[in-house]
Design a protein around this ligand. Structure first.
Ligand code: ATP
Length: 310
């Protein structure tokens, strides 16, 4: 049986400029490259899950404009089902302005557009229709608080495994911590979840384990922390903590590494494997993805993942 995944989150059009350095406030940097790519954490993760072999139903919103039609066509080409995506009139599709420097680091500004006008009623109808046949739901947070709450509550109430990628950490995430979803923050998001008022900066790996244990105590669910070039952590409510080291990678562009990780995590979990195996697969897929420019270009297919596992 093909694993079935629902992805709820944002879809954007990414405008990517490559430049020698990232601009500081008030600075203009000029680089040689400009490209347009499909983006948005939800849509990117949907593509990653589809390439990894899942049947993926994407739920989100686009504007009634050329950018939106292009975004949906690109998702369809990736075999992502977009039948229940909301198309909102007199509203722009979401846009991300991305600068990538020579070291592969990025800086991103997002105009939310249709993503932040997503209708909760429309989303609920899409979820109710698809949840009975779904193995895993992945929710990310560049959409309204109410939409995130609705998706996580419906999935967990239906007993469907739910991943909540708190990128960024919006108020809804704090309200949802005890609902049993598996949280998948990066280091900075983990710090923001544990202590919203503190500007403590990114935790070390040891601090991340302690932070994740604090979340475990409230969520009674596993926490998966992405650690960039250090790989990922799986911290269980029983106190077990496992560090999965990153695969060596020649980094070209880390944009979308987290989306690849989350999408493959959802697809692998949906196929019935253990969370430990799913984290290993997600970590492998994300390392493959950072070697190419653009959030989706480097996302591996199921065949490429098989090769990398061997
Ligand atoms: P982004 O916002 O750039 O999509 P993120 O901040 O959500 O990323 P990260 O923790 O930076 O997420 O990275 C996600 C995953 O990507 C990591 O857990 C790891 O598996 C992989 N990864 C990231 N950077 C590297 C790297 N330099 N080498 C190998 N793997 C990497």
């Amino acid at each position: 049986m093909t694993p079935k995944v629902i992805v709820v989150g944002a879809v954007n059009v990414d405008m990517v400029v490559t430049a020698p350095t990232l601009p500081r406030a008030g600075e203009t940097v000029v680089g040689p490259g400009v490209e347009r790519h499909g983006g948005g954490k939800g849509a990117n993760a949907a593509v990653a899950a589809s390439r990894a072999g899942a049947t993926v139903h994407y739920l989100g919103a686009v504007g009634d404009d050329d950018l939106g039609r292009t975004a949906l066509a690109e998702l369809s080409t990736e075999n992502v089902i977009v039948d229940d995506v909301e198309v909102i009139g007199r509203c722009s599709t979401g846009v991300a302005l991305i600068v990538v420097d020579d070291a592969g680091e990025n800086q991103i500004a997002v105009g939310g557009g249709a993503n932040i006008r997503l209708s909760v009623d429309r989303l609920r109808a899409g979820l109710v229709a698809s949840l009975p046949e779904t193995d895993c739901v992945l929710v990310s947070t560049e959409i309204p608080d109410d939409a995130v709450v609705t998706a996580v509550e419906l999935a967990t109430a239906a007993g469907v495994r739910c991943l909540l990628n708190p990128a960024p950490v919006i108020p809804a995430v704090h309200r949802l911590i005890d609902r049993g979803a598996i949280l998948t923050p990066n280091r900075g998001e983990l710090a923001a979840l544990v202590d919203p008022s503190a500007a403590t900066g990114a935790p070390t790996t040891d601090q991340a384990i302690e932070h994740a244990r604090a979340l475990n105590a409230r969520s009674r669910a596993p926490v998966v922390v992405t650690l960039g070039g250090d790989g990922a952590l799986l911290v269980d409510p029983d106190g077990g903590a496992e560090h999965v080291a990153a695969l060596p990678a020649t980094v070209r562009d880390t944009t979308g590494a987290g989306d690849t990780f989350n999408g493959v995590l959802a697809a692998t979990l949906a196929s019935g494997t253990s969370l430990r195996e799913a984290v290993t697969d997600a970590n492998t897929a994300a390392a493959l993805s950072v070697a190419r420019l653009g959030a989706r270009a480097g996302m591996p297919t199921a065949a490429e993942l098989d090769l990398a596992r061997a």
